[in-house]
Design a protein around this ligand. Structure first.
Ligand SMILES: Nc1nc2c(ncn2[C@@H]2O[C@H](COP(=O)(O)OP(=O)(O)O)[C@@H](O)[C@H]2O)c(=O)[nH]1
Ligand SMILES: [Mg+2]
Length: 273
């Protein structure tokens, strides 16, 4: 067993040695909408067996394909460190993630977060992301899919290039540099700024990640107590998994959604000031 927040090294047959000493507990929300055929149950179970400081909150968002039964099996094999939340009707990823994070904050976890059910971001990326919280000023760590030598970022060219255009527009809407707002892997430290950011449903469905980051940045700017640094973590591996539920029409709506979001964030800033 070794700690999620502390990458470990193995020395021959000796037990793993923790390199970084700050151990913390992490609760990760996995939004699931009709994931019965895709959910990599074995990978979740194996990861839980190796990391005793992590738990998962699977949020079944009104699935109609038997996802609930697959999750029941997973939860039964998780040694008490996975739970299933069931929303009777489909509320969309944004609300499923928000409700899941609120549930995760009811546990004793120091860090909460979310991750796509298809494990496009592999679970093995989490320890390095979690280790970033060793710096007490860090509020959030988000995965960044940066194509570069030495990394395996497998993304279809269409998604890559539309993603780059969107990311640039999202950074402009946020008024800051941000490489990749849309990666499905994000971690947050328990803090008053996070509580505020999750207090009300998001206005945007598909680009709620940008809205959440915007709310956190506004909280930090307005001097709320606690950690304020948001870090992007360049992933070593990421893979576009087939079976996506995002329709091509969604990309067409992106500019309009971003415009609406910048108005909404201005309102949020005024309300909190
Ligand atoms: N709760 C919820 N999750 C969804 C919905 N649509 C997609 N997801 C989840 O969002 C994650 C990413 O979905 P995916 O279809 O792989 O999108 P893509 O990788 O961005 O193309 C997965 O965990 C899905 O189960 C939805 O309507 N509700
Ligand atoms: Mg996916």
């Amino acid at each position: 067993m070794y700690a999620l927040g502390s990458p470990s090294v193995r020395h021959g047959s000796f037990p793993p040695v923790t390199v970084l000493t700050k151990k913390r507990s992490v609760a990760i929300v996995v939004p699931c909408f009709n994931e019965a055929a895709r959910l990599p149950v074995e990978r979740f179970v194996a990861f839980l067996a190796e990391h005793d400081d992590v738990r998962f909150v699977f949020c079944d968002d009104g699935s109609t394909d038997g996802t609930g039964r697959v999750l029941e099996e997973l939860v039964a094999r998780a040694g008490g460190r996975a739970e299933q939340m069931t929303l009777p009707q489909n509320r969309g990823k944004a609300e499923a993630v928000r409700l899941g994070l609120l549930r995760a904050l009811e546990t004793s976890a120091d860090v909460v977060g979310y991750l796509d059910a298809d494990l496009a971001t592999p679970l093995e990326e989490l320890p390095a992301m979690g280790a970033q919280f060793d710096d007490d000023g860090v509020l959030a760590v988000t995965g960044a899919r940066i194509q570069r030598k030495g990394a395996q970022i497998e993304r279809r060219p269409f998604r890559h290039y539309t993603g780059r255009v969107f990311a640039t527009a999202a950074a402009l809407a946020l008024g800051t540099f941000y490489y990749d707002t849309q990666c499905g892997a994000k971690l947050f430290r328990r803090s008053p700024i996070l509580d505020e950011a999750l207090a009300a449903p998001f206005h945007s469905a598909w680009i709620f990640d940008v809205e959440l980051l915007g709310r956190l940045m506004i909280g930090a700017e307005q001097g709320a107590a606690g950690p304020t640094t948001i870090r992007e973590h360049p992933l070593t591996r990421w893979r576009d998994v087939g079976g996506s539920k995002v329709r091509a029409s969604t990309f067409a709506k992106a500019p309009f959604e971003l415009w609406r979001l910048s108005i909404e964030l201005r309102r949020w800033r005024r309300r909190r000031a």
